[in-house]
Design a protein around this ligand. Structure first.
Ligand code: AKG
Ligand code: FE2
Length: 251
């Protein structure tokens, strides 16, 4: 396939469901093309320096802006985050005979309005966490540059985190992972601070049969390289600027 060809998407998300996970997750290995991936990585790299927020080990960008008190100030996404990804997300049907042509059909704005860009060098991950109340519980993650494992953790009866993940999802470059429902509200997700993901196999990776090339991981290893993720979500509360009294209207 030419690298600029449209990727082949499944007819419906039914075919992309990660069936061993609790409700609900979908994985599409070729959601964007190599050309699209390269062009988005270029845009991220050429963003003005103040766009980056530098954490201790990791850096991130938020588009169109940071949330303030869990609210988004109304603004469009830049064109390079809108096309092709948002348009393509909107075309994904839940089932083949469903008219519900996207996973955001019951979200407040029927589409993602916010994108977080996270860059993970080898050895760097993100602590297990929940995404919280600011967002509608649908998360669409597009991975760029390299592969890594997202860990899904249970909590114990007393609310403490189980240190070992119960499931692992392997995310390849150009893939789309959608997590919703209990995976959003009940379980925690995180990425291990390792330079290599190990013990990768049909038995340990929840989406093994949906991978583009499980043969790449036949030795059970994924040596980490820089992996960048685009996390698309719908921020529930959006406020408009420009009111003289400084109060905010809901959209
Ligand atoms: O980079 C990822 O895939 C996960 C990011 C994440 O969990 C978050 O930003 O809330
Ligand atoms: Fe998260």
């Amino acid at each position: 396939m030419a690298s600029n060809a449209n990727p082949s998407l499944p007819d419906s998300l039914d075919q992309a469901r990660i069936t061993v996970l609790p409700a609900t997750a979908f994985y599409i290995s070729d959601f964007i093309t190599e050309d699209e991936e390269a062009s988005i990585l270029d845009k991220i790299a050429s963003a003005p320096k103040p766009r980056w927020k530098q954490l201790t080990h990791r850096r991130l960008q938020t588009w169109p802006s940071d949330l303030v008190n869990n609210k988004l100030i109304d603004a469009p996404l830049p064109a390079w985050l809108e096309e092709p990804i948002v348009s393509r997300l909107k075309t994904l049907r839940l089932t083949q005979d469903s008219d519900l042509v996207n996973v955001f059909h019951d979200s407040p704005h029927q589409r993602p309005n916010h994108v977080l860009i996270n860059e993970y060098p080898p050895g760097v991950g993100i602590m297990p966490h929940k995404d919280g109340a600011a967002y509608h519980p649908v998360v669409c993650t597009v991975s760029l540059g390299a592969s890594l494992c997202l860990n899904i953790h249970k909590t114990k009866e007393d609310g403490a985190l189980e240190a070992e993940p119960t499931w692992r999802i392997l995310q390849e470059p150009r893939s789309l992972l959608i997590t919703t429902a209990d995976l959003y509200t009940h379980f925690l997700h995180g990425i291990a601070d390792v330079t290599e993901d190990v013990e990768l196999s049909e038995n340990t990776i929840a989406n093994w049969t949906l991978l583009r090339s499980s043969t790449d991981f036949q030795d059970g290893r994924n040596v980490r390289q820089i992996r960048t993720s685009l996390t698309y979500r719908d921020v529930m509360s959006v406020s408009r600027l420009g009111n003289k009294l400084g109060t905010f209207f809901k959209r």
